[in-house]
Design a protein around this ligand. Sequence first.
Ligand code: NAD
Length: 345
Amino acid sequence: MKNKKKIPVCVIGAGRIGLSHEFDKKRMKPASHVGMWARNRNCDLVAICDKNFSQYKKAKKIKKNIKFFKDPKKMLNHIRPKIVSIATWKDTHFKITKLCIHHGVKVIVLEKPLANNIKQAKEIISLIKSKKVKILVNHRRRFDEEIIKLKKKLDKGLIGEIIQASSYYVYGLLTTATHTIDTLRYLLSGKAGEIKEVYGFKNNFKNFASYDDKNYDAVLVFQNGLKVTLQSLDIKSYDNFDFYFYGKKGKVLITDIGRTILKYDIQKSPEHSGFTELKKISSKICSSKPRKQFSKLAENAIDCLNKKNAFPLCSAKDSYIDMEVINKIILSAKDNSRKKKINIK
Ligand SMILES: NC(=O)c1ccc[n+]([C@@H]2O[C@H](COP(=O)([O-])OP(=O)(O)OC[C@H]3O[C@@H](n4cnc5c(N)ncnc54)[C@H](O)[C@@H]3O)[C@@H](O)[C@H]2O)c1
């Protein structure tokens, strides 16, 4: 494809996930928004925008002739990109997303969260409806081929009816558990429906989190009655992103920060006649290698631009529901763990 036919793309916010992760030797590439667009042969990453000029030098190491702006408005007016990635600080997403929409951008790849509060999230959702804009929120497990395959398998009854599940996270309900909640909703929605109510709990153990985003525990109740626990650990001890799903025909464990998916079948008990139990040896149902989630995200964004009937694998509505669940967990934890209903309109 000749350069002039390539899709013009810009990135706003070239910090860690916007750019710097591309220089982390351990990470699978692309590992950032700049890397994702610079490596995509159907796109031309024309410019980046950041408050911090020093990021420009780094970006030039990835794409020599890239342009740099400090003001997003100037960049949008000058470049007129068709796709924009937004990876700025979380409290700026609402304002910058609106700015992009008002400058005619039709596809936006947005880091979570969608907005600062539910009112703003609803405003964005009604705006994208009226302006025919597609927003892809980077809840990265929805762009993970192995998680996508697992969802299909669970829907087809891989471990039968799922009757209990638990999940673990570190470092903040909004920062990390938002990914856990989103992954649970994605994997379970086929059989269990949406989360209809939550019970939140403060974590009273010493555990590390930022001052404005604490660790909370919760019980999430899905529409079919399935209860899932969401439990926080201490990132200073170790990172963790485990999920346990107990079905009537076996168990699935997602472990290794999501890289490994294991299935445990049922066997006759070696010790008690007439009883069955889960095997202690599992079978791996994926390769345990990191997956190219950023490549899948770019592919989905390009489809959303070019095809009328293509939709975000993680939509603004998904992010809004995740936000509502998080808000209600905090509300419940501050109200003696009383039940809080999830209101989605
Ligand atoms: N999806 C994921 O797995 C994941 C992982 C990490 C971070 N995030 C999200 O990505 C976002 C960025 O996180 P980070 O860790 O990269 O932060 P960061 O501080 O490293 O980077 C943010 C960058 O945005 C720039 N910026 C902020 N406001 C700006 C504005 N108005 N105009 C231009 N530039 C601006 C800053 O100068 C900075 O370089 C956050 O919303 C965070 O929640 C998502």
